[in-house]
Write a protein that binds this ligand. Sequence first.
Ligand SMILES: [Zn+2]
Length: 78
Amino acid sequence: MITCILENMPTTIRSFCRENPDGSYTVVINARLTLEGARDAFRHELSHINGGDFGDADTDEIENARHKAGRVDRGRIP
Ligand SMILES: [Zn+2]
């Protein structure tokens, strides 16, 4: 199960995802994003879930790989 939450966050954060102890996931999307930006951010977080990007792996490496795949633009919210 994936729970998606919209929350006002600093503009340097688009979204993040965490794996919960029960095996479900929580995706938190910055409510300051446009609808299109929120959709892109959600797709990006899904790529982490589908890629099994949780655990001891280097997060910078994972982000670079995901963004290299062209799944979402990285950077600040305009
Ligand atoms: Zn990411």
